[in-house]
Ligand binder design. Structure first.
Ligand SMILES: [Zn+2]
Length: 244
């Protein structure tokens, strides 16, 4: 027996497409449902959150998550990946190299700095499932029925990190999962791993993919429109001194 988006606390964005805002860090996780496959976008901040997303996806769709797209290697988006060891995992090319021993230590330290319990963070990085499918350029996923639910994974970065992956879901309306290239609930976070000089261009690519009428889903905050993304692009260009 499946539940509705509303009953499970998820926000429906288009037919068969939804997202939820996770607690504490307000990180978004997305879900795209096809006849043959179920795609989750980002995995939450630890094993418990990953398990929660897995259970909710099952309740919503009646099926397990078959594909996981990780938008970028930050703890609140990837540390729940251990709950999806049996899924096909995608990330921007090179992301897997960030998740080596040194990168995992940095992820753990970052998570603890943001308030995640140290034991939970250690457990999560030990069990982390890295992407097995590196995406350079674009990758089309067919979630079925044949040709009926195609999803585009696009390596649009660098920007927020060196490995930013966006997920475009065609339909009416079109939905673009932006990861943290776009934030609505606060200023876009630019940490030491950001590539500010390329960030505005990454947002230009997002706008090309989604066009004027898409719903743009930020990594943190409410769903926005193309005008918001364009304004954030201009603000980032000004903030980082990037000329057109
Ligand atoms: Zn981030």
């Amino acid at each position: 027996m499946t539940v509705t988006w509303e009953e499970s606390g998820w926000e429906q964005l288009a037919p068969g497409v939804g997202r939820c805002r996770l607690p504490v860090w307000d990180c978004t996780a997305g879900l795209v449902v096809g006849a043959d496959g179920v795609l989750l976008v980002d995995a939450g901040s630890g094993p418990a959150e990953g398990a929660r997303l897995r259970a909710e996806a099952l309740a919503l769709t009646g099926r397990r998550v078959t594909h996981l797209a990780l938008t970028h290697p930050h703890f609140d988006h990837v540390l729940g990946s251990s709950a999806f060891a049996d899924a096909e995992v995608f990330g921007a090319v090179g992301m897997e190299t960030v998740l080596t021993a040194r990168g995992r230590a940095e992820l753990r330290a970052d998570a603890v700095r943001y308030g995640l319990d140290a034991g939970v963070a250690q457990e999560a990085v030990d069990a982390l499932v890295p992407p097995r499918h590196p995406v350079s350029g674009e990758w089309t996923l067919d979630l079925g029925p044949a040709g009926g639910r195609q999803v585009l994974l696009a390596n649009v970065g660098p920007g927020h990190t060196a490995h930013d992956l966006a997920v475009l879901v065609p339909g009416s309306p079109e939905v673009v999962f932006c990861g943290d290239l776009v934030e609505e609930s606060g200023e876009p976070q630019a940490g030491p791993d950001a590539v500010p000089s390329h960030w505005p261009a990454a947002l230009d690519r997002l706008l090309e993919l989604g066009g004027e009428d898409a719903r743009y889903v930020p990594g943190h905050g409410a769903v926005v429109d193309a005008a918001f993304v364009r304004a954030q692009r201009d603000a980032l260009a000004a903030r980082f001194g990037v000329s057109d």
